[in-house]
Design a protein around this ligand. Sequence first.
Ligand SMILES: Cc1cc2nc3c(=O)[nH]c(=O)nc-3n(C[C@H](O)[C@H](O)[C@H](O)COP(=O)(O)OP(=O)(O)OC[C@H]3O[C@@H](n4cnc5c(N)ncnc54)[C@H](O)[C@@H]3O)c2cc1C
Length: 388
Amino acid sequence: MTSTSTDFDAEVVVIGAGVVGLAVAARLARDRSVLVLERHEGIARETSSHNSGVVHAGIYYETGSLKHRLCLEGNSALKAWCDDRGVPLARTGKLIVALAEEERDGLDAVYRQATANDVPGIERISRAAARELEPAVPIVEAILSPSTGVVDAFAYARSFEAEAHAQGALFAYRHELRGVERMPGGFVLHAVDLDGAEATLRCAALVNAAGLRAHEVAALLGYPLDGGTCEAGADTVEVPMLRQRINVGRYYDIVNTSVARSVTRPIYPLPDHRAGGLGLHLTVDTEGGAHLGPSMEWVEGEFALDYRNDDTWRDAFLQAGRRFLPALASDDLAPGQVGYRPKLQRPDEGLVDFLIWHDRGYVHLGGIESPGLTASIPLAREVAEGLR
Ligand SMILES: Cc1cc2nc3c(=O)[nH]c(=O)nc-3n(C[C@H](O)[C@H](O)[C@H](O)COP(=O)(O)OP(=O)(O)OC[C@H]3O[C@@H](n4cnc5c(N)ncnc54)[C@H](O)[C@@H]3O)c2cc1C
């Protein structure tokens, strides 16, 4: 039996109402019926609201990689979107700093990559010029990235939800996807709501924007998570590595407002890609707050999301923070947010690219860690183009 569009509850179901799933829904709803399935009570309860909110410029990533291309494109697309919709955005620029003489060589490597990546306006600046920009920080030398900014990540996600609604997309919050079967021309989805009620849905295309659980959703379709092949009728499908590892990033807030206001833009140390991030940095937000973080810590085996933070890491953050702000006092800090990075990278491996994988109406978005917030609009475009 062949299916017709009337067999479907929606042409496309998007799993996950994080910033990426919402951007995808807003894009696809222009010319298709779209339904977003989200296990929480509302949008952006996970990674999309627990991050640095930095609008990255495309500095660090391998030239030509998705992270590079989509970050560069996403930087200007995000700014234009925020300007149009009144989403809080600060055009702060950013400094990557050497805080000791021996770190200058590390700056060379970052600058070479940024130049190869055609990052707009990227500039190496002297100690004097850097200290004029950020007098509170004992900078030895720096790279200035004028196109970096800071966005209110939750408001940005909400603007996609509003756009998707306006385009006619439907939202099923409090519904977790628990099972998927392929049917002729599409998929049958089994979801359970927070009260335990079961629901079944049919769709022609399925977009997996489940963030930290993207590989669990792929497992529901029977894909081998460590890559390999699977049968598709008479054909064989090559499956990439889908299994994600999780790396936790904690923040501490600078609660002394005069200290917080002594910095005006994100200030990053040299990156430590193998440890799982860009290095514990100093960020500002769109409301004048300042934060230290995120730390980098691999999670082994099973994990439960726990967004609480406490005093356990105060001394470690104080030491790290004093490299940027030597007069920082313990009382200037309070435990801040916690974020979880979904990574295709293994501990001690270098950067691994985003994964956008299409298989017969299924789209898998894997390893959507930083700069996924920045790249959300072009990620959505890639998904839409692949579904044409
Ligand atoms: C510490 C940290 C700092 C970061 N800093 C930056 C930054 O400065 N700039 C930047 O560009 N990026 C940054 N990022 C990356 C950015 O936050 C993410 O790339 C982005 O938020 C990913 O969005 P998402 O929609 O893919 O995932 P998520 O926001 O995690 O959304 C996935 C959604 O899927 C839902 N879901 C999962 N499974 C199911 C299921 N079975 N059924 C129904 N729903 C399901 C979840 O509940 C969740 O709401 C950072 C990330 C971290 C962790």
